[in-house]
Design a protein. Structure first.
Length: 360
């Protein structure tokens, strides 16, 4: 098992390690059981002594935020010089692994729902006077696959530790930042002030990060690219052009435009011109999005003109039209897709809308 812990090891006299679960730039994560309550928990421990020095402070910060869209901090343990953070365990994966690795971008209905909940979690943190500092897809946990049954921001405490690492990297200039794995992962979503004056950032740095994720997830491209070129573009607040496919389809264009306008408002160079988290909650809540179930299937037939065809899934065949497909390319036979099934009166085949093509 990876990391310093082993299966069945007891931490803090009550947390029994089940198995290694994951790791980030700062920490190992284990699945464990609280033997007092039988609750499954996430047990996190720092990777190195530098991170360990900041761990208790981070736990205290994280515990101040209590909201359904934030992974709850439950306990902190210091045992024989080793430190552990006990957090609510989410039965799922982070946004990057669960959704973004599966498809190039999300349709606007999924995006609107996702960011309505993310903005609620960020708002709760800001009301508790807590800044996350490291919002990115790998710090958003998703349960329920494309149904988005649970959406939780994680690592509020760890993010403060990561922020210290980012501060050190930023102090050394852009080249130094690119040598830090933590900085490289955070850079595409970092606000200009987080690069230039990291010790002076406010809650508006989180708003920028939300906007950067919103742009990325809607278009399939990072708003400022990667590497040194991204640093220059971030400092100038000049995002990439929106790709044509994002607004080409009239079925999706109005909602996509609203979402991208919201992203643009978050990516203002002057932090004071960005919305607050409360304003984001309201704006996202005003967007239309469906709560309908998403299912997976396979394209089994496409007619010669490529305007429509059929998808097969465990619930039977479903008709689709090209206007219901969100993405860059038309569907072909054999494509794996994710869609919502809508039943039609009169005995006609159910219709799929929206339809997302999965990466093969």
């Amino acid at each position: 098992m990876n990391g310093p812990l082993r299966a069945d090891e007891i931490v803090g006299g009550r947390y029994r390690v089940t198995n290694y679960h994951a790791e980030g730039g700062m920490q190992f994560v284990y699945r464990a059981t609280d033997t007092l309550t039988s609750r499954i928990v996430a047990l996190k421990t720092p990777k190195n002594s530098s991170a360990s020095k900041r761990f208790k402070r981070s736990a205290v910060v994280a515990a101040q935020v209590n909201h359904p869209n934030v992974a709850k901090t439950l306990d902190y343990v210091n045992e024989e010089g080793k430190e552990f953070l006990i957090e609510e365990f989410i039965e799922g994966q982070d946004l990057q692994k669960s959704l973004l690795n599966s498809c190039s971008n999300l349709d606007p209905y999924l995006t609107a729902k996702l960011f309505h909940h993310i903005s609620k979690g960020v708002s709760a943190a800001h009301h508790a006077k807590v800044i996350h500092r490291d919002l990115k897809p790998t710090n958003i946990m998703i349960a329920g696959d494309f149904d988005l049954i649970e959406i939780k921001i994680t690592d509020f405490g760890i993010a403060k530790m990561a922020s210290d690492v980012l501060d050190e990297a930023a102090a050394g200039g852009p080249e130094t930042m690119l040598l830090s794995n933590t900085a490289v992962g955070a850079l595409p979503y970092m606000a200009p002030e987080a690069i230039e004056t990291p010790k002076e950032i406010t809650t508006k740095a989180d708003i920028w990060s939300v906007g950067a994720m919103l742009f990325h997830i809607s278009t399939g491209i990072l708003p400022f690219g990667e590497g040194l070129k991204a640093v220059r573009k971030i400092l100038e607040a000049v995002p990439e052009a929106v790709p044509d496919h994002a607004t080409r389809n009239p079925q999706f264009a109005p909602l996509v435009t609203q979402i991208l306008d919201l992203a643009s408002s978050c990516l203002k160079l002057d932090p004071n011109e960005r919305p607050t988290a409360d304003q984001l909650v309201k704006s996202c809540g005003d967007l239309y999005y469906s709560l309908a179930h998403r299912e997976h299937g396979k394209v089994t037939r496409v007619f010669d003109h490529k305007k429509f065809g059929f998808i097969s899934s465990g619930k039977g065949p479903v008709f689709f039209h090209a206007n219901s497909v969100y993405g860059t390319e038309p569907l072909i036979v054999g494509d794996q897709v994710c869609f919502t099934r809508h039943h039609v009166d009169g005995g006609a085949a159910p219709r799929a809308h929206p339809v997302l093509k999965m990466n093969n």
